[in-house]
Design a protein around this ligand. Structure first.
Ligand code: NOJ
Ligand code: CA
Length: 539
């Protein structure tokens, strides 16, 4: 195994999520593509990340922008061809960047050959690869709802049964209880693993197995635009049998060298660290990494984040490894979640410093490194089917998916033509080109901190201990046997004076206010508003 002080590559890496439609458009059709990603590898390498995770690039009718796959072995023409993918892999590897694909196998597209086959007749050999059921006096088999609206059951007139879809009707759920289906999925995985892909992010990994008896979900009450949220999802997700499936996929993946399985354990706010952690098995036999949503839902503040982090770390099984994430393609961007105005950029730096110095693998979402904000998408520009369904109560996910802001060129330098989603008009200020030149930019803050992280094993894999302090700043030590770093994060717009460091001498190695090289001791410690200070204990 490629190891760094006995750690696997995915434990010491910084991983960068790319939403390919919105990253960089080389053939100028308004949609980002694989050649575009390849063209920006130098940018990514300069940023210092170690791996990219691509949201789906497989062939898809795009009802859910690639999360509805119609052929797992083909690249969708909008993104390029297989040769573009293999070239990307090769060029990424040349820069020591690993490539993780998204694997969407809770469901396929309704035009996938498997589903087309399954719906030809009740006797189709692939019938049981999906979840079919008779109606109940003309009604669906149970009360389950689809996350993207309506019933979870769609009537199929030709074969006179319902099929299950946890998301859109164009996304029929696979039946993971069927051994042939499981083998077929492994064959698709093998195809990419043989090509050299470094791992998969498993989409909604906690939805795979449904209750065998299809029991009704209990109802809850509340105010929400989605009927889906008015049920307790006891029977359509997080079934106990799910873990056995994950373990089977892990065993399969372990036949290849050094690959990663990361799973999206979707939970509604406020998140559920214990549930996410349960998908890590004993820490060695299930997912390598699990996304927990608690920090994506966290309100801004030192205490709120400390509580979320402590809860997450406490929930983790021994021998497992945490990962941490603040933004993805389904949630409002972290930059926008925590308010606008002059404090926004300093807050983004506080969060970046936290993300990159917590224990666990950090995931960045494209544009987070320049403080990209949610776009403003009017009704007519909407693309996300969920936004279209629930507008204006819920405006959908397009806002977190607007084109990457590269420069002050038209369309933010993303494309020469009008992009598939409008560029955020703030691109004239917020863009890569500008921030590259500005030493105090969010981009350079990320770059410098990622570079520092590489040189400090304590930040990459040291233990994490919270520093109790009565100033409501978040502070912690990261330590290995022979080094200790202290991270102080003032989430507040007020200045703070921590009582005492500890009796040692500390050298500032990174931060927003104090000069690197400054030596601090004892009581002589103040934090400016939104200050980040990373200190190393002197021997
Ligand atoms: C979670 C993905 O992140 C989201 O974008 C997608 O719509 C659903 N799963 C369904 O695949
Ligand atoms: Ca394109």
């Amino acid at each position: 195994m490629a190891r760094h002080d006995n750690h696997a590559w995915w434990q010491t890496s910084v991983i960068y999520q790319i939403y390919p439609r919105s990253f960089y458009d080389v053939n100028n059709d308004g949609i980002g593509d694989l050649q575009g990603i390849a063209a920006q590898l130098d940018y990514l390498s300069d940023l210092g990340i170690d791996a990219i995770w691509l949201s789906p690039v497989y062939q898809s009718p795009m009802y859910d922008f690639g999360y509805d796959i119609s052929d797992y072995r083909r690249i969708d023409p909008v993104f390029g061809e297989l040769s573009d993918f293999t070239r990307l892999l090769k060029e990424a590897r040349a820069r020591h960047i690993r490539v993780i694909m998204d694997l969407v196998v809770n469901h396929t597209s309704h035009v996938h050959a498997w589903f087309k086959d399954a719906r030809t007749s009740r006797d189709s050999p692939r019938r049981d690869w999906y979840i079919w059921h008779d109606g109940h006096h003309g009604n669906p088999p149970n009360n389950w709802k689809a996350a993207f609206g309506g019933n979870a059951w769609e009537w199929d007139e030709a074969t006179r049964q319902f099929y299950l879809h946890s998301f859109l009707p164009q996304q029929p759920d696979l039946n993971w209880r069927n051994a042939n289906l499981r083998q077929a999925v492994k064959d698709e995985m093998q195809y990419w693993l043989d090509l050299g892909v470094d791992g998969f992010r498993l989409d909604v990994v906690n939805f795979f197995i449904k209750d065998q008896r299809l029991r009704n979900n209990p109802l809850t009450i509340g105010h929400t635009p989605r009927p889906y949220d008015l049920q307790k999802h006891l029977y359509d997700r997080n079934r106990p049998e799910n873990l056995a499936i994950i373990k089977e996929l892990r065993q399969f993946t372990d036949r290849f060298t050094d690959r990663l399985l990361i799973g999206e354990v979707y939970t509604p706010p406020p998140g559920d660290a214990a549930l996410s952690a349960s998908y890590l098995g004993n820490g060695r036999d299930a997912l390598h990494l699990a996304f927990d949503f608690s920090m994506l839902y966290c309100r801004y503040g030192a205490r709120a984040f400390r509580d979320a982090v402590e809860c997450w770390y406490t929930a983790l099984p021994e021998d497992s490894w945490p990962c941490n994430v603040l933004s993805n393609h389904d949630q409002p961007r972290s930059f926008s979640r925590y308010g606008s105005g002059s404090g926004a950029a300093p807050r983004a730096k506080v969060l970046a410093a936290m993300l990159l110095t917590l224990r666990g693998t950090p995931f960045l979402y494209y544009g987070e490194e320049i403080g990209m904000a949610d776009g403003k998408i009017g009704k007519r520009a909407l693309q996300d089917p969920v936004g279209k369904k629930y507008w204006p109560l819920y405006k959908g996910r397009d806002r977190a998916r607007t084109p990457m802001q590269w420069s002050t060129q038209p369309h933010a330098g993303f494309s020469r033509v009008k992009p598939w989603l409008p560029v955020n008009p703030d691109y004239t200020d917020v863009n890569v080109a500008r921030q590259t030149e500005d030493p105090d930019s969010i981009l350079n803050f990320y770059k410098n901190l990622i570079a520092l992280r590489r040189t400090k094993p304590a930040l990459q894999h040291g233990d994490w201990t919270y520093i109790n302090n009565d100033v409501a700043a978040m502070a912690y030590y990261r330590s290995t046997d022979d080094s200790c770093m202290a991270v102080w994060l003032n989430f507040s717009r007020r200045a703070k004076t921590p009582v005492v460091l500890n009796p040692h001498r500390w050298e500032v190695v990174f931060g927003t206010h104090k000069q690197p090289g400054t030596v601090l001791q004892g009581f002589d410690f103040h934090l400016a508003p939104y200050e980040v200070a990373i200190l190393e204990q002197l021997k």
